[in-house]
Ligand binder design. Structure first.
Ligand code: OFO
Length: 168
């Protein structure tokens, strides 16, 4: 593989590894806040990203390049709430999609059709990942509406039965 493609693939090694750490940080936050289900989803996502990270490392070396294991910047420790966290996941996945697209574009100008072929799996994966995060965000919006519905039903019990006036 030529140097330009090797450098872009090494850049992606760092981005996939960071993705894994980012989702681990999010999982740890969710676990601490008492959301074991969300934490489990994020831990599983972190594992998937580690597999992507390894795929790039192995591919670069297989093609005669040298995969470099980078230092990673620390991902954020705190997240405002679950909704904002998943908005961040989607934003990050969109960034990864555009990053993969940049390498795909470079493989065409460099006529590196093997790397282009290798990247097809990632293109499909990104479509699936973005779609699954969008589904979660849509569900979270419904959870918000559902909570409001429950609150709306609940607030009636705050009225005193005798007078019909608000209690307190
Ligand atoms: Fe979903 O980020 Fe890896 O490819």
């Amino acid at each position: 593989m030529n140097k330009k493609i090797e450098d872009l693939c090494n850049r992606q090694v760092e981005r996939e590894g960071y993705s894994s750490n980012l989702y681990l940080a999010m999982a740890s936050w969710a676990e601490n806040k008492g959301y074991p289900g969300i934490a489990a989803w994020l831990y599983a996502q972190a594992e998937e990203e580690r597999i992507h990270f390894l795929k790039f490392i192995k591919y670069i070396n297989e093609r005669g390049g040298h995969a470099v294991i980078p230092a990673f910047k620390q991902p954020p420790v705190e997240y405002k709430n679950v909704q904002k966290l998943f908005d961040e996941v989607l934003k990050h996945e969109q960034f990864i999609t555009s990053s993969i697209n940049e390498i795909v574009a470079a493989t065409l100008t460099e006529k590196d059709f093997n790397t282009n072929n290798f990247l097809q799996w990632f293109l499909t994966e990104q479509v699936e990942e973005e779609a699954s995060v969008r589904t979660i965000i849509d569900k979270l919006k419904m959870v918000g509406a559902e909570s409001l519905y429950i609150f709306d039903r609940d607030i009636i019990t705050l009225r005193t039965p005798a007078t019909g006036q608000a209690a307190g």
